[in-house]
Write a protein that binds this ligand. Structure first.
Ligand code: HEM
Ligand SMILES: [Cu+2]
Length: 547
């Protein structure tokens, strides 16, 4: 019975009992919730922008919004979803959960943690202030040169884009350092790196990826500022600068960024699937190793975004091959999750529903990704709606479906209340239907030649029906999110009480009260296996006898 018994010397004195105020808080749980709520607000804004895009494309020759506004809408939508929604939402869950999962009282650097959050909040707000200053950024979320040069982008919208992302990027760098340090040095006694929950493992490599990928982007952003403000010519093609240099620097960040948004999602799935299949994860070691392999390869595939710029055949072949290769460790994870479900006592509650949705949707995104990694196919459909369909299956079908699983799974941890299963089911089925209706037809529109980022099209192109299906799908998606927001709102105030451990789970965050006290654990637990809470609940058959 002694698994979680604790020698007295591990017991720190209780920290201040009362949680500090939200504005000045250093508590990782409050900072996590701040991240989550702020990114939910940005999600509503980014979703609204998407709805206006879809409304504009509902009929041919539409003039609901003009071309200028359309450029701003897709730029702000993409920028918002990537930098102000998916990333910070994942950091929110990471912040909240990691110290609890590793049996710590907080992150390694609580002040830096608060700093990160505020940099994100101010960076996002700064980017949006551009709307008040004459217009929002309109150069696309990857801001290609030379369009961003002063000659072509004379107002300040591009400067807002650069500065907003640099400010929040500083916060992100700090978060990355904080994540890695926390996981390396703050683990409870007995929790070796080979015993951490897979979510923790994947967040650690998320931090590592960020540390490698962000600096080139920051450097490129500074170079662009110099071009625009001080007359430098890094990306100014008319003065001998290189537009391709920007693409290389941006995508050296931008592709790993896809995995920065995906790894934590993989981590969430690796926690949810075992609990709702009532089995340990199949092949913990191979899931962990696949994470490292994905991290390494993801730094070497960036130029698959540049097949059409005229690189050499050799470079095309190398980047194509590396992109195919990354499917292998990703496929290993898929295999492990499915093998975990196989033969399990499956409980189809809301977190598992979204996890299974993730598996199916992410698979489609992965398959179209392999198609796009083949250079001849990419040459045909690059910059078409096929690509827009593809990356929404990855980012929305992948990251966001997993994030939704995380909400339903950990909401009781954060609030002590369950989300309504009835509303969850409405949310799930509407979201699944709306998602596929929105994004599947985009592949067809793309194959029929519809370029991305066009504000309208003529009726004789044959694209109308596919656009109308997409727009109807987007409306369904919007309705599904109303169910989600309503569920969060009512369940937080008067949802059914969850108890401390509603899912009969096995990791340490469930070993304390829900919601946890300010100091997380009264006593720091001692860990002997990968499922410390299972050991505590089943002293007659603890995991550490088998591991
Ligand atoms: C409410 C659901 C969503 C809808 C209806 C939607 C719709 C769209 C559409 C129609 C475009 C293409 C605009 C164009 O090329 O003219 C687009 C672009 C984009 N979306 Fe979404 N989207 C949604 C959610 C998301 C999410 C969750 C993410 C990611 C995390 C995301 C990331 C992007 C990005 C990066 C672009 C590219 C922007 C650019 O071309 O600069 N979207 N979206
Ligand atoms: Cu990529």
């Amino acid at each position: 019975m002694a698994v979680l018994d604790h020698p007295a010397e591990n017991v720190s004195p209780p920290v201040a009992q009362r949680a500090p105020s939200w504005a000045t808080t250093l508590d990782h749980k409050q900072i996590g919730i701040l991240y989550i709520i702020t990114s939910l607000i940005f999600m509503a804004v980014g979703g609204l922008e998407a709805l206006i895009i879809r409304a504009q494309l509902w009929v041919p020759d539409s003039h609901l919004v003009g071309p200028d506004m359309f450029n701003q809408l897709f730029t702000m939508h993409g920028t918002t979803m990537v930098f102000f929604v998916v990333m910070p939402m994942l950091f929110g869950f990471g912040n909240y959960l990691i110290p609890l999962m590793i049996g710590a009282r907080d992150m390694a650097f609580p002040r830096l943690n608060a700093f990160s959050y505020w940099m994100f909040a101010f960076g996002g707000t700064l980017t949006y202030l551009s709307f008040l200053a004459g217009g929002a950024p309109n150069v696309g979320w990857f801001a290609y040169a030379p369009l961003t040069e002063y000659a072509f982008s004379r107002d300040h919208s591009t400067d807002y884009w650069i500065l907003g992302l640099m400010v929040s990027g500083i916060g992100t760098t700090a978060t990355a350092v904080n994540l890695v340090t926390t996981i390396l040095v703050m683990r409870a006694p007995g929790m070796s790196l080979a015993r951490v929950p897979l979510f923790v493992w994947m967040m650690m490599f998320d931090g590592v990826l960020l540390i490698f990928a962000l600096p080139p982007f920051t450097a490129a952003a500074i170079m662009l500022l110099l071009d625009r403000g001080l007359g430098a010519h890094f990306f100014d093609t008319q003065a001998g600068g290189s537009a391709l240099l920007w693409q290389h620097l941006f995508w050296f960040f931008g592709h790993p960024e896809v995995y920065i948004m995906a790894l934590p999602a993989f981590g969430i799935i690796s926690e949810v699937v075992p609990v709702f299949s009532r089995k340990v994860i199949f092949g913990y070691e191979s899931v962990a190793a696949a994470t490292v392999v994905i991290g390494v390869i993801s730094m070497g595939v960036w130029a698959h975004h540049m097949f059409t710029v005229g690189m050499s055949d050799a470079l095309d072949a190398i980047f194509s091959g590396a992109s195919f290769l990354i499917a292998v460790p990703t496929g290993i994870k898929m295999f492990n999750w499915i093998a975990t479900i196989y033969g399990g006592k499956i409980r189809m509650q809301s977190p598992m529903l979204f996890a299974v949705g993730f598996l199916a949707m992410f698979l489609i995104g992965g398959l179209t990704g392999i198609m796009l990694a083949a250079v001849p196919i990419d040459w045909q459909v690059s910059d078409s709606y096929f690509v827009v369909g593809h990356f929404h299956y990855v980012l929305f079908g992948g990251s966001l479906f997993a994030i939704m699983a995380a909400y339903y799974f950990w909401f009781p941890k954060m609030t002590g209340r369950l989300l309504s299963e009835r509303l969850a089911r409405w949310h799930f089925w509407l979201m699944l239907a709306g998602f596929n209706l929105t994004f599947f037809p985009m592949h067809i529109a793309g194959l029929l030649g519809m370029p991305r980022r066009i504000y309208t099209y003529s009726a004789d192109r044959g694209w109308t029906i596919w656009n109308q299906l997409s727009t109807v799908g987007a409306m369904l998606l919007a309705v599904s999110f109303l169910f989600f927001f309503w569920n969060l709102f009512v369940s937080w105030r008067r949802g059914e009480s969850s108890g401390d451990d509603p899912w009969d789970a096995w990791t340490l965050e469930w070993a304390t009260t829900s919601p946890p006290a300010h100091y997380n654990f009264e006593e720091i637990p001692i860990v002997r296996s990968r499922r410390p809470l299972w050991d505590l609940k089943h002293p007659e058959d603890p995991d550490w006898e088998h591991e």
